[in-house]
Design a protein around this ligand. Sequence first.
Ligand code: APR
Length: 237
Amino acid sequence: MQLTATDDVFVLTGAGISAESGIATFRDANGLWENHKVEDVASPEGFARDPATVWRFYAQRRAQALTVAPNPAHRALAALEARLGDRFLLCTQNVDGLHEAAGSTRLVHIHGELMKTRCSDPGCERPPFVDTRHDFAELPRCACGALQRPHIVWFGEVPFEMHAIKRRVQRATVFVCVGSSGVVYPAAGLVAEMTYRKSMGERVRSIYVGLERPANAREFDEVVLGKAGLVLPALVG
Ligand code: APR
């Protein structure tokens, strides 16, 4: 990927970038966890119905995330950020923390963070806090009395910082998406902004990197099929 001195790069990552670190993608497991539909353990309704099962799901994911390490794709993006500085933003749908572990700092977690917890009462003033607990004797509760919940954007909830993200996409000249099946909105719709700007005569580019063509493939100028850990270091190196 040829970058000029004025290019502004926006990168969106999905579960595929962490696959080579050993984290199974959601849709890999046919959207099932211990025979529960992922939507049932990753939704406000699921939490209201059965908070113990939801916490068990996230406790397992926390335990696993504590054992994995970033791969060459995460590191390639951290290196690109080091080169571009403020002309770079990484927006990840992943909650695993591997981008930070690789050294990324200009990073937004639109779907939340696995290693954070918050009070389930939206009116409670305690902010989200770092929390690596994954072995609960009983359901965690806030000092206010309400149950605590993972700081994750569940199905049906509004992703974090969408306005700021959209503004960043509007000023990007290069949009790179890595390892995302392109079915979960609004993240999957961000690339359409580049398509629109191109139709208005702006010189902007978009590229997808992943194992297979995503559902929104037609929005990208280029689709490079392959493992993120192999393709990305070569592409941005
Ligand atoms: N390198 C690149 N791409 C890969 C690799 C790899 N090594 N392994 C898998 N992929 C691709 C798959 O082919 C698939 O297209 O990564 C994509 C992962 O897709 P999903 O599992 O659907 O993940 P994602 O798009 O991030 O899901 C979006 O949905 O489940 C919710 O909130 C959750 O953030 C998640 C969101």
